[in-house]
Design a protein around this ligand. Sequence first.
Ligand code: MRU
Length: 353
Amino acid sequence: MNDAIDFDRYDRIRPIRWTGQALELLDQRKLPFAVEYVSCADSDAVAAAIHALTVRGAPAIGIAAAWGAVLAARAVEAADGAQALAAIEPALQRLNAARPTAVNLAWALARMRRTLAGAGADWREALEREAQAIAEQDLAANRRMGALGAALIEPGRGVLTHCNTGSLATAGFGTALGVIRAGVAQGRIERVFAGETRPWLQGARLTVWELEQDGIAPTLIADSAAAHLMKSGQVGWVIVGADRICANGDTANKIGTYQLAIAARHHGVKFMVVAPSSTVDMDTASGDLIEIEERDPGELFAVGGARTAAERVGAWNPVFDVTPHELIDAIVTERGVIERPDAAAMREAFSAG
Ligand code: MRU
């Protein structure tokens, strides 16, 4: 088996482009039928795009928010970074409020605040350099996690993934999808199953399209087919991303992840969470304390604009759930692999910051 990964062959999509004047976002509401970029000229346009899921995925919304801070600074005249920070703080708060569950958003904005607080007269350049660094570090982390996660996979079986955790959700290569890309490149993974991910269909619309760009032929399943798939013995691992990993290893991710973890444990299938350290939130002790985003129930009433439910029905639409750490076999970050995560293992890996 050749463990080298050709990063240029696997990974061609970039969802976030900085032009020097504006932020261009690949419109993920329109994929896979239209590949169009939306241009954001100010920070409120970026906040609106994050809220509307034009850009989505925890690392990608953090990166977009960092560029949003750069755009907010365009409207400001200030002698130093501290003055500029005071002026753009309301815009930073609007960016932060765009979505509640993924900690990468607050994490990226905190980095931008720290940069400004310590910057002198060249604060504008410092801010732009920091946004660029956040994006570059995310890509490097994903490549590292790809190698670390793939090494856990015994050759000869398939894997199942949920939502979209690929280049579309990050600066590139992806988290869980990065591990899958690496595992396919190394010949460890025989077949990639992708759950549809109702109601927004990140799996059906985004993951399947993204893998096809790489020449990887995924197999789409209905979310409700997952336990049956596991029982068939075709998958050895469920591999997912994360929106927030707590101090005890509990992990928030796209709705449906929790039931996959329960089904995996029942069937002896291993469960891997892949996320950069920017997704780790050591200030939140356990998953019960995470705010779970609830979106418009209208997302449940239609598919692709065609109504599927009767008029005047009620619906509940939480878009994330929490997988308790006891159901996770491995958390992979760019800092290494934590097997059977718990509070002690998380502290050892992350308490130094
Ligand atoms: O609502 P979304 O599409 O932003 O949710 C995305 C997920 O839940 C992903 O699994 C997570 O953000 C990790 S993306 C690398």
